[in-house]
Design a binder for this molecule. Structure first.
Ligand code: MRU
Length: 345
């Protein structure tokens, strides 16, 4: 473990998964045991674990547990009986492509397995987990090299260790840039309504000794006008074939404001978050969650009694507003369909 990276959210322990319950952070650090595919899908849907790469890794371990259960019940038929669990996992959240990517990668091995599938599938899930951490470290190096201004950065939601196998995508770049003294302040949007910025990013950065300054999302324009930041740095749930970026609702606002003030906009995401089958951002399915997430804060209703709400949880930033897309395969400046194609070849 190197400095500025002590947080992890996904652990395999003996024969089951442990997830750090992100709904309870930062006030309580509680590890939830997960034993089968249904519990895995529930944990993803209910935001025990969240963040695109973390969802994919969790689903991969979920498939190990599902295969164990189905093989134990019926060694002859596990390949067909496991299918309903795969569908359950696939539907847990619709937007992050890492979920489908991990399920496809795991199930792509099924036909090559003869006998007990657990050891082979566990090795694959572990590889997905470890490759994600390695990709984040590489992206951390590549992204940090782009930062020369020496002033602050702004990030949105949580794209850190908690949202990945470890180190983080956007927060991986921030960790590396902080270690190299390339930035002097990290501003984090509080990120309504789940407050991933206030609860998770601030916690994760403070755990690792990186001071975080929270701002309300409405402060973005004032912050960028003040010359305090040189880059906005975010992660992504899915990047379309033309370079459009899907990420936490409010990301596109930041990209528009950044372009207005001449602040640079960086997206940091592994190739597993890129979806060559999705021609543009407009085609990406956007998850809509319960309006009570906006109307209430925890158990406490905050909106007027008869008010209703619209709660899409991701938005699309057009590729034209992205200055740099950082993947583990390299940096793409001003991404477009032609430059994106290089990722698949
Ligand atoms: O709804 P969430 O918390 O799962 O949303 C997470 C994000 O939008 C992250 O920015 C994205 O998944 C990238 S995580 C490395």
């Amino acid at each position: 473990m190197t400095s500025n990276d002590s947080v992890s959210a996904i652990k395999w322990q003996n024969d089951h998964l442990l997830l750090l319950d992100q709904r309870r952070l930062p006030h309580e650090v509680v590890w939830l045991p997960i034993n089968n595919a249904t519990e895995t899908a529930d944990a993803i849907r209910d935001m025990v674990v969240r963040g695109a790469p973390a969802i994919g890794i969790t689903a991969a371990y979920g498939i190990v547990m599902a295969a164990r259960e189905h093989f134990f019940r019926s060694p002859e038929d596990w390949l067909s009986t496991i299918q309903s669990d795969l569908e359950l996992l696939r539907k847990a959240r619709p937007t992050a492509v890492n979920l489908a990517w991990a399920i496809d990668r795991m199930s792509g091995l099924f036909n090559r397995i003869d006998g007990d599938p657990v050891a082979i599938l566990f090795a694959e899930a572990k590889a997905i987990h470890e490759e994600d951490i390695a990709a984040n470290r590489r992206m951390g190096e590549l992204g940090a090299e782009l930062i020369t201004s020496g002033n602050g950065v702004l990030t949105h939601c949580n794209a850190g260790s908690l949202a990945t196998g470890g180190y983080g995508t956007a927060l991986g770049v921030i960790r590396s840039a902080w270690q190299q003294k390339r930035i002097n302040a990290v501003y984090a949007d509080e990120t309504r309504p789940w407050l991933q910025g206030a609860r998770l990013t601030a916690w994760e950065l403070m755990e690792d000794g990186i001071p975080a300054k929270l701002v309300v999302e409405g402060a973005a324009s004032a912050l960028m006008a003040s010359d305090r930041i040189g880059w906005v740095i975010v992660g992504s749930d899915r990047i379309a074939a033309n370079g459009d970026v899907c990420n936490k609702i409010g990301t596109c606002n930041l990209a528009i404001i950044a372009r207005h003030y001449g602040v640079k906009f960086m997206v940091v995401a592994p190739v597993s978050s890129c979806d060559p089958k999705m021609p543009s951002g407009q085609d990406i399915p956007i998850e809509s969650r319960d309006s009570n997430e906006i109307l209430s804060l925890g158990e406490q209703r905050i909106a007027a009694a008869s008010a209703t709400a619209w709660n899409p949880v991701f938005d699309i930033t057009p590729a034209a507003l992205v200055d740099a897309l950082v993947t583990e395969k390299g940096v793409i400046r001003q991404p477009d369909a032609d430059k994106m194609r290089a990722l698949w070849n």
